[in-house]
Design a protein around this ligand. Structure first.
Ligand code: ZN
Ligand code: ZN
Length: 414
């Protein structure tokens, strides 16, 4: 590895441990990483111990093993799931551990596999992980952070026009740029950025709009916001009150829509990579919160299957605002990776809503959460709807409207 890359991993690891996880002395850390990110994982592990972490648990994964499973495992074995991992995560969570997930995936890994089996595998994984993912991650009881690492298969997809030996380096360059690591003091740059997000969400929380109205080519959507919705973004707090930044990079402020008050049509502005299938140029029509029409130039069957995963998969669980001028959007590339692509654009998600986005939501049973407008589902899939042609208005309690975004940019001062 070049000296330059070693230095950059050092900076990246510093940012993630200190700002992303804000790892505290005495706090344990669990890391899930692709095998190709071994150097970065080592840098992170060293940083964690340096701030006084007593133990770092690392699980390396090789996604080729997933493909091998699809190709070789018995056809009736796809309900199998390693529950011990969930138990282990819960045990660590109960000890107050922080969780770091390093994403680096081949977007095409499962493209030739049976969509039914792919959907089943996803469903089993989300259902079985729920005791951990819902109770600790979605509810923000523990500190967690999702970051990414350049891996060859992913880099080949993003930089397909570049020579093979350059692709991984180019993807690392892009990741470092999106993460503001070129700034003289990346940690300070991040704190400023997070403050700005904080001001936007405070403004929106103050307004307490009852709905947002979206207008753009192919989009005419009114999206209800439930009473007591809370805009989140940038920074969060775990059960002990320690702050952390769940995603690096992050550019969004988000909340939950009222899952029964979404009406009209919304069109995608970027492809959605779902379980290895690329769904492109699609639109969804909503009535009373529910998807009643699915159109797509490519991947319509997979999209339709996705909305049929369960009752909540045909309703929205997230609404997020991201200015079109975000660094990721300006970079102008599709990353085939939600962490990047969702931060390039205004988006919504089908499926589970974050209970922390509703006043008292964390303490609510799923039924009560649903009655308050919160969506329940085993799935949560973001898709991009923003562009420089998107206008968004906020509708106040008395029916009057105010500008929120014009031509894809914030239209209010905060
Ligand atoms: Zn989002
Ligand atoms: Zn999301």
């Amino acid at each position: 590895m070049s000296k330059d890359l070693t230095e950059r991993f050092e900076k990246y690891a510093d940012l993630i441990i200190k700002v992303g996880l804000n790892l505290q002395k005495g706090q344990r850390l669990m890391i899930r990483a692709p095998i190709e990110a071994v150097e970065l994982t080592r840098a992170l592990t060293a940083k964690a111990y340096d701030v006084g972490c007593p133990y770092v648990d690392v699980t390396f994964g090789d996604e080729e093993l997933e493909l091998i499973r699809f190709e070789h495992a018995p056809k009736d074995s796809f309900e199998e799931f390693p529950k011990w991992r969930v138990k282990g995560s819960i045990e660590r969570a109960e000890q107050g551990a922080a969780f770091l997930s390093i994403a680096g995936n081949n977007p095409d890994l499962l493209k030739d596999q049976d969509p039914e089996v792919v959907a089943l595998t996803r469903k089993v994984a989300s259902e079985q992980s729920k005791p951990f993912s819902r109770e600790y991650i979605s509810n923000m009881r523990v500190s967690w952070c999702v970051i990414s690492a350049a891996v060859a298969s992913w880099a080949a997809r993003v930089f397909s026009n570049e020579p093979e030996h350059r692709q991984v380096d180019l993807l690392w360059d892009a990741i470092f740029q999106m993460c503001r690591l070129g700034e003289p003091d990346p940690t300070a740059a991040w704190r400023d950025h997070i403050d700005a997000l904080e001001r936007r969400r405070a403004y929106l929380n103050d307004k307490a709009y009852t709905a947002l109205k979206y207008t753009a080519p192919g989009t005419d959507l009114t999206l209800g916001l439930p009473k007591g919705h809370i805009w989140k973004g940038g920074i969060d707090q775990n059960a002990d009150g320690t702050t952390f930044v769940p995603n690096i990079p992050t550019e969004e402020v988000f909340t939950l829509p009222d899952c029964n008050r979404v009406d009209g049509m919304v069109s995608s502005t970027k492809p959605l990579n779902y379980g290895g299938t690329l769904i492109d140029n699609f639109s969804l029509t909503f009535q009373g919160g529910k998807v009643v029409g699915v159109e797509a130039e490519t991947g319509r069957e997979v999209l339709k299957k996705l909305t049929e995963t369960d009752e909540g998969a045909a309703r929205l669980g997230e609404v997020a605002l991201v200015p079109h001028s975000s660094p990721i959007s300006t970079f102008g590339k599709l990353f085939y990776n939600t962490l990047f692509d969702e931060n390039a654009s205004n988006h919504v998600a089908l499926g589970q809503a974050y209970s922390v986005c509703l006043e008292g939501g964390e303490a609510m049973a799923p039924d009560d959460f649903a009655r308050a407008g919160g969506n329940n589902s085993v799935t949560h899939v973001d898709f991009m709807i923003g562009s420089d042609e998107m206008d968004i208005d906020g509708i106040l309690e008395d029916g009057s409207t105010e500008v929120v975004m014009r031509d894809g940019e914030w239209a209010f001062e905060a």
